[in-house]
Design a binder for this molecule. Sequence first.
Ligand code: IVH
Length: 671
Amino acid sequence: MTNVKKRIDELRTQIDNHNHRYYVDASPEISDRDFDRLLEELKSLEEQHPDLLTADSPTQRVGGKPIAGFVTVRHREPMLSIDNSYSADDLREFDKRIRKLLGGEPVTYVVELKIDGVAMSLTYDDGVFTTGATRGDGEQGDDVTHNIRTIGDVPLKLPEALPHFEARGEVYMTRAAFAANNRRRIAEGDEPAANPRNFAAGSLKLLDPKESRKRRLQFFAYALGPCEGVTVKSHLESLDLLRRFGFQISPNIEAFDTIDAVIDYCNSWATKRHDLGYETDGMVIKVNDFAQRKRLGTTSKSPRWVIAYKFAAEQGMTKLVSIDLQVGKLGTLTPVANLEPVKLAGTTVSRASLHNADFIEAKDIRVGDMVVVEKAGEIIPYVVRSEPEARTGSEKVIQFPTACPACGSPVERDKNGVFYRCTGGRKCTGQIKEVLRAFARRSAMDIEGLGEKIIEQLVDAGLVNGIPDLYRLTLDGLVALERMGKKSAQNLLDGIAASKERGLARLLAGLAIPHVGDSVADLLANEFGDVEALTSASADRLNEIPGIGPIMAQAIHEFFQDDHNRRIVDDLRALGVKLAQDQRPSPAQTGGVDLTGKTFVVTGTLARYSREDIEALIRQLGGKPTGSVSNNTSFLIAGEKAGSKLDKAKQLGVTVLTEDEFDKLIAKESG
Ligand code: IVH
């Protein structure tokens, strides 16, 4: 063995050990700095000797190239779901059933926390991590290997080179990482994620592993999948094996011989769980012995040997002190209740949305009322009901104001009577702020440095009265603002200037066009290519686009007929903002796949792709998904129960592809 190879091996072992100490044992032995040094040394050796680079090298965690789209993976054995239970009685029923089926023999239950994350199957071939797949529909899921590699506590290599090994478990985000990630999002002008589970799921769906690495996901293993060369006889043994192989196993796992002890243990976590660093939504109770599991078998949906015990959403009673009205980007006033702080599900709740006037009327909620508030995990608090019996007579029926709290313009109830709106229109400062927030958002124009506070300042100082004003800001103007140094002013100007190049899709996503979110914006940009073609499109023309219905079509058309909006577009053009569609990734970036000029229609139910996913993939590769079959259609992709579109395609001689053939087509295109 050469010296270089020896050093590389040594570095890898060291780094893996430190990773394990850091993530699994939570007791790092060296500083982050020293750790980075080891990693840097390894990286540079691998760069100099690319032939020595292997997939299991710890350098591969830092995130490779973005992928072009998701591939589906079929699970060797399905990932089944579990039945739920909600009470001690449910658990006693479960126990009775088990004991009966097992003819009264002794049973040991293993009780674990139910981690609130995303179920994952990790495959190792010959001891090397090869595939991470989501549960999907249980039979097949998404290949998210590129993102799993970035998770620090997933071993990339096992201590034994077993021919096939699968670990199943949960990818999750700690509360601390969730808070840090959300802070980052808010600073970047994005909507915060609702809860850690959604954030984790979203992170796994990212195409770019460099981005998902930043999310600091973690993994708990809780079961073995199908393995070759492994003999374990019970759940506890399989957990031991997983632990020995370097996986992180929840430390809160206990075994019991009676259901009463199981119930006590479950109850002991009902409140204690809020002190954990991550979210749990219940407990999982599993029969320990594999021979017994086999005899118990499974129903069509779930194994009979396991049950989940879900904790109830926590409720609390508190006083509704006052109401704030938030002005939305279309002028809608949303009432938000200020509550006397109450501790629920481990956090203090002091605000809850009351949604709209109907919600308030239906629940007869008044200022000063005692109200029941509910919160499950990190889910947004919800006002369940008011307590009219507790009234003292000083409570006040909630009146919507006649003047907008932000700008003082008259307030009107809309046609359907559900919402109140500020009539100040574009002059309402509340509305302007929301419009700017939506514009600067990460998934829209992604303007670095333009967060909520700065927007507030810019509008209040009268420097910005609408989107185009952002591009008219000057260094002198900004520096005159309170607490704004020259450096941060310049950074903000740079951020704004950089946003000029985002392209049409992102611009449309940021323009607050009614009903137009990020994906419709994408659709419009792809369809029209530049803003001129879009502004002159009739509602009928828009309605023809698959994915756009008549209401949306009308709203988009009206938006661009409006003088004010046209002026915004003209101003943006004059100010140098790019109004054409971004270049889509080059064939080199998508692995050579190029479907430019090809039109696809998808029909029937596909096994591995959702309709949105396959259409997004086609679009990303340059092709055009459309809704109806014509002479211009290049391919029809037909799934189960394909109907009239398939007939029409056959009639017109359009090439019909199965899902597999489509996969082959794009594989062939990519050489
Ligand atoms: S065992 C067939 N153990 O809960 C049984 N599941 O609602 C396989 N989950 O899809 C699952 N923590 O994603 C098991 N300690 C745990 C778990 C757990 C969380 C999830 C898992 C599953 C879902 C079922």
